[in-house]
Every structure is written in C-alpha cells, then in structure tokens.
Write a protein that binds this ligand. Sequence first.
Ligand SMILES: NC(=O)c1ccc[n+]([C@@H]2O[C@H](COP(=O)([O-])OP(=O)(O)OC[C@H]3O[C@@H](n4cnc5c(N)ncnc54)[C@H](OP(=O)(O)O)[C@@H]3O)[C@@H](O)[C@H]2O)c1
Length: 274
Amino acid sequence: MSRKILVTGGNSGIGLEMVKAFVQAGHEVVIAARDIGKSQAAIAAIKATQADASIYAIALDLASFDSIDAAAVKTLALLPELDTVMVNAGSYTQGLRVAFGLESMVATMHFGHFRLMQHLLPTLANANDARVVVTSSVAHWAGTIDLDKFNNPKKYLTGFQAYGSAKLANLIYARELARRVADTNIRVNAFHPGGVATGIWRELPGPIQSVVDRVLISSAKGADTAIWLATTDAGKTNNGQYFVRRRKAATKAISKHVKVADMLWRFSEDVAGI
Ligand SMILES: NC(=O)c1ccc[n+]([C@@H]2O[C@H](COP(=O)([O-])OP(=O)(O)OC[C@H]3O[C@@H](n4cnc5c(N)ncnc54)[C@H](OP(=O)(O)O)[C@@H]3O)[C@@H](O)[C@H]2O)c1
C-alpha cells in the first residue's frame, strides 16, 4: 500500500532519512520545513537517483499560525488522501526566544504542531489505516508541564529545560491524541531516535558539543524506529506508546497522567486551537 505522508522537518537530519526511506518504498511524501531552498535541494538529490519519486516541498514555519494554516491547506491539496504524519520538526536554541508569547522550542515543537494537526486530523480520520508518529526524546525526562512557565518563558532556567519540556509535551500529546482517537482508524505513537549527529545541536556550547559529538549515531539509524512505526504493523497494533530502538521504553510518570494531558490539551486549544 502506498502511503501519503507529511514529514515536518523533512529537509535535514532524521526527517530527511525518513523521507528517503519512504520515497524509496514508493510512498508519496510532502516535506514541510522553513527553508524551502533546502527542501528543494533535498528533493533534487533524491530525484537524481529516483526520477519518478512522488515528493513535494512546502514552506512551514511552526512559529507562525499563518504559515501553519497555509501549510495545512497546501498539504491537503497535494495529498488529499493524507494518511500519515511525522510530527518531527524541531530545534535546540540557546538563549530565550519567544513565539506566540511562549518559549519558542515549546511553542514550535508542541503548540505549532498541535495547530497543524488540528487541520489534518479530519482527513486522517477518513483513512483506513492512519498513522501519526511523534519525534519525542529521552530529553523529556528533563521537562515539566508548568502553566506558570508556559506563561512566563523567562522562568525556564536553561535551554535544555525548555527543550526537555517541548519533548515532554510532544510525548504527552502523542498519548492524549492516541486516547482521543482510540475508536477511529488513527494510531499515534512516539519515539526517541537516540542521540543523533544532526544540525540540531549547533547552538550547544562548544565544549559540550565536542563531548556530545563523540557518542552520536547516524541520522539513518535515528530514523529507523519512526519508519518502522509508519510503515509496518507495529504502528497499527500499538497506540499511545513510546519506543526506543523499536522497543517500548520507560517514560517519566507525568507523561501518563490523564489530568495533566487534559490540562495541556485544553491549554493548547486556547493558545493554538483553530
Ligand atoms: N538529533 C538528536 O540527537 C535528537 C534526539 C532526540 C530527538 N530529536 C528530535 O528529532 C527531530 C528532528 O531533529 P534533527 O535532529 O533531525 O535536527 P535537524 O537536522 O536540525 O532537523 C530539524 C528539522 O526541523 C525543521 N524545523 C526547525 N524549526 C522549524 C520551525 N520553526 N518550523 C518548521 N520546521 C522547523 C528544520 O528545517 P528548517 O530549518 O528548514 O525549518 C529541519 O528540517 C526534532 O524534533 C528533535 O527534537 C533529535
């Protein structure tokens, strides 16, 4: 079966490896990222070896509601039978940046994707076997779900605390969405790719970066669990699970707390609902 797949952050790193694997297997893919030139270059490189690949690029900035709304319209125009979304785009930034009044990593990785998914879920609900795969991280253990910090981004003490909170929100979102769609054909799972050698760590302080660099795995290895969840029975028979190297893994206790998930969902609707 040929899937119709949106990959956010599909123009580099882990997302690009997902894209390559999907088109090689004959699936139709839309790449959504900010730098459309980079996305087009990635497509040109893929088409150089696979001229008939069905692959498109659209602009998406998860820090802009207008961009998110336009990207959703374009995605559904290109893939009216969209059945798979890889919720993957993300960044690590040092120093406070703000989007929608929120710390920008939390804003883009969780709240931006929340709004994008609100546009796409009705179409996914029409598919016989729809999948949502969320790129979370082991860094979720460093995160908190704290309305005070959401409302006062300066209260995040470090970039890693904000990044961890974004990845915890990604994980809770995956679980809560899975719960909300359990009686539909949509299945939602999350994964940690491993520590992966991508551009995401470019803003880490130099000394930390040189230590981290020694232990990182390739983007292709990092993408493996996501590709497995999107394209094999594993992604159909599981719902609301978190995987590391294709195995279910432990998560922070709060990520299973239904009241916290419901609170995050309602806050997300207030901030980024459509
Ligand atoms: N690398 C790791 O060790 C690691 C570990 C655990 C989890 N992760 C997660 O894996 C995901 C992919 O990261 P990566 O490591 O592959 O890094 P990457 O190579 O830097 O890729 C990040 C992707 O996200 C896109 N992106 C960033 N900010 C965006 C925004 N505001 N709107 C739309 N697209 C945006 C980027 O494209 P543009 O710049 O063109 O927008 C790029 O395609 C992230 O969610 C990250 O948190 C990574």
